[in-house]
Write a protein that binds this ligand. Sequence first.
Ligand code: ATP
Ligand code: MG
Length: 432
Amino acid sequence: MPANNNQVSLRLQHHSLWSLTDSSECEQEREDNVTTRCPTPLEKLTTDMCQDEKTIKELTMGRRVGFYKVRGQIGCGNFSKVKLAFHALTKDKVAIKILDKTRLDLQSQRMLSREISNMESLSHANVLRLYEVIETPCRLYLILEYAGGGDLHTKICTEGKLSDHDSKITFAQILSGIKYMHDNSIIHRDLKAENILYSCNACVKVADFGFSKRVRNRNEVLDTFCGSPPYAAPELFRDESYIGPPVDVWAMGVLLFFMVTGTLPFRADTVAKIRRCVLDGTYILPTWVSAPCQRLIRGILKPDPSERCALDQMLGCEWLLPVDITHPTQPTNKLDPLRLVLADPGDLSRDEQEARAALEELGITDEHILNNQGKKSRSPVTGVYRILMHRVQKSRGVECVPSISGVVKDPKRDSLRAYRSLRHTSKLCILS
Ligand code: ATP
Ligand code: MG
């Protein structure tokens, strides 16, 4: 059978930037195979990335990054632009957080590498997933799970406060995600409604690990002021150092207040005035907020961090009692495709076996996996594997939204609108 264009060009791709390295002793065998069969989706894609004019132009123009086709902008932050994209092989939607490396000082670079390593060590239904990292001389691209339901801040600003029922469902998921992070020694330090995202099926995702910090123990003393002033705990304004977990807990209290009332408890038009409000510690809880919810908010917003509600206390509080909060987690080593090759086949879970079959269908072999070992998220093989694994897990209902048992009454509707004018910008400085 005469070789078609793809078959011919495959011989040339081994030295390209985009080819996935195969061992040289297998090269001849591989080429012989290729001439007698159709190229796999992976072979077709890598060939296009080296040979096809349109694909090369898209790569040069930034309309493609690695294996991803980039679409429009879906968000922006202080440090990044976030764009929607599709994986060219799996067709799954992802979000790409794009950072301009030339604008990052040393401190920001350190925080960025923490963002990557901390996200990489977490795997939970309510924590946004990192699939892959792509680096070019000027840019860094974080390939993230796409949260198509928008962020909590925009939701409340456009639709008003959440019902008691929706607040419970949302808060329970935030609590589940933060408890998992704290249990794994990671403090978020920038919890705010803008960083709480919803996936397309209304599952809550804690996002933006730009200020996150891995601590050696729960009482490790920190001295970097991080986060957004309206969500900042009093000790951040008052003391020269602080303990991590209670700072996240305080921000969760502010979030809960914002969800059930549509306004922030401590608000003003300058940071200095917000600081005064937080240090005064006075806020007005509308009487129509249910008594169990009021008790929870008051238990969280205690000026003294040692008196603040612990996450386990929150889990057992009366307001959340009717919510079923259990979320399965999985050990993060399962997010490394190397397991597929090295583990005893009998030890692979059903999910892993399914993901492995899907990888094979795309043309990703054990050899590709072995050749990418040690690269963690900086490998396109890891990217595809994590996307496929996540897809399999979602199809098994791992991300189902918690349900509420028993009758839960909505509080009376009121006319309070969200406090819209203040942009809640996160800040970083060393406390002195
Ligand atoms: P900041 O420090 O100002 O919070 P940042 O530069 O760290 O911002 P992110 O908070 O991660 O950036 O993202 C900015 C915005 O982009 C988010 O508020 C959200 O609206 C959107 N966004 C981020 N990640 C995703 C995602 N995975 N899916 C959908 N939208 C996203
Ligand atoms: Mg953010």
